[in-house]
Design a protein around this ligand. Structure first.
Ligand code: GAL
Length: 404
């Protein structure tokens, strides 16, 4: 079983996941099937639900890549809020473009290091260098929309990457997940973990990502939807919900203040692995024991995976980090070649509440990874060198979990 997809298929979750994605808010599958036109005949049929870890589907795009013109520019937000941007997005986007046959001067991947003006300058530089497509993962929707409308006015096609640029051009595309579903996985993961770790009288702190990030709102919508009934029927107590951040040191401070004020807190919804890691450092300082105090996460960051194995984090949303970049690269290549992407790729729509419009979207699927399925998913996919998870002192912990 090499890939998570084969693993999923084996236990029959693909169908279930498709059903869940179709049934949840944040977008609806197949509404955009009208995007398949005769223009797509003769072009490769890339399927967002089947983008394997070996990137082999990308090789089908070689003719498309040679038909297209101009640079594909990718604008990533930062390197500190999640390991994903350096660990996964940048290298996997590069691999996808290269496997599809783009040469190194035909794409450019930048990181704005948390600065909107840097992202703006990077976008300008891409346009000057002849960009025909820009992928924008914005620091906030306003700065992203400014970049996108400027790019469109110069004939550049734009794609929102991972985070929706609410208020961006109406005819843009979006590549991401059903992010409400991502949040539901976090919420359900917390509920399951509270049961498994036998947390009595759960007293939860519900943390969130940066409110400027549209995804953070959708994640919260997802986990609050799972947890609110538990609060209303008094199964759990909601101790608080701090303002929200993607900055791990700020998350640590938010948590520490709450934990000092309410030492009875015994579970925390943390929205990603890097925030969870910051909170776990505070727990360790307070000598909290393993498998007693649930935290959650997303992104399958190496630290997150280690915290799961050590019993300080219940699970992480594994956003098949090789699938989203491949889906985005494929979409960029269709647009760059002036072709309509197939409905197997553009498989959803997402509501832009600011425009009051549905944005054509590409969704790939998230998977909740815990101690019990890590070996068959993240480890089997080999997306991270095992030494990054099981090196040094972690070797014993990994071995105890059957991972080596
Ligand atoms: C979200 C993204 C997550 C995580 C977070 C922090 O928008 O979807 O994967 O990286 O931002 O940067």
């Amino acid at each position: 079983m090499r890939s998570a997809w084969r693993w999923l298929a084996t236990i029959g979750l693909v169908g279930m996941a498709l059903f869940v994605v179709a049934a949840c808010g944040g977008g609806s599958d197949n509404e955009s099937s009208s995007t398949t036109t005769s223009e797509t005949s003769g072009t490769p049929q890339i399927d967002a639900a089947n983008l394997p870890v070996d990137f082999s589907e990308m090789a089908k795009l070689k003719d498309l890549a040679s038909e297209g013109k101009g640079l594909v520019g990718v604008l990533l937000p930062d390197t500190t809020t999640s390991a994903r941007y350096v660990q996964y997005d940048a290298p996997f986007l590069k691999k996808a473009f290269e496997t599809a046959g783009l040469s190194s001067d035909q794409f450019k991947i930048d990181n704005a290091h948390g600065s909107t003006s840097t992202m703006q300058q990077q976008a300008e530089a891409d346009i000057t260098a002849g960009a025909s497509v820009l992928l924008v993962d914005p620091l906030d929707p306003g700065s992203g929309a400014a970049i996108e409308s400027n790019a469109e006015s110069k004939g550049v096609k734009v794609i929102d990457y991972d985070r929706l640029v609410t208020g961006g051009p109406k005819d843009r595309y979006y590549v991401s997940f059903n992010n409400v579903e991502v949040g539901k996985l976090i919420g359900q993961g917390m509920v399951d973990c509270i049961g498994a770790w036998k947390v009595s009288k759960p007293q939860l702190l519900v943390m969130s990502g940066d409110p400027k990030d549209n995804n953070a709102k959708l994640f919260a919508q997802g986990y609050n939807g799972v947890l609110d009934p538990k609060f209303s029927d008094s199964t759990y107590v909601k101790v608080g919900a701090p303002a929200g951040t993607w900055d791990p040191p700020t998350a640590a401070t938010e948590f520490e203040q709450q934990f000092t004020a309410h030492p009875n807190i015994n579970a925390v919804v943390t929205p990603n692995d890097d925030n969870a890691n910051a909170v776990i450092a505070v727990l360790l300082k307070n000598k909290v024991k393993a498998n007693t105090f649930p935290t959650t996460g997303q992104d399958a960051a190496p630290t997150g995976l280690q915290n799961i194995l050590k019993g300080y984090q219940c699970g992480t949303v594994y956003k098949l980090p090789y699938a989203e970049p491949q889906a985005a690269a494929a979409l960029a290549l269709y647009l760059r070649a002036g072709k309509t992407p197939p409905s197997t790729l553009v498989n959803a729509t997402t509501r832009d509440s600011q425009l009051n419009a549905d944005i054509k979207s590409v969704y790939t699927k998230p998977v909740w990874v815990t101690k019990s399925n890590m070996k068959d998913t993240v480890i089997a996919d080999n997306v991270i060198p095992i030494s990054q998870i099981c090196g040094g002192k972690m070797a014993q912990v990994c071995a105890a979990n059957g991972i080596q």
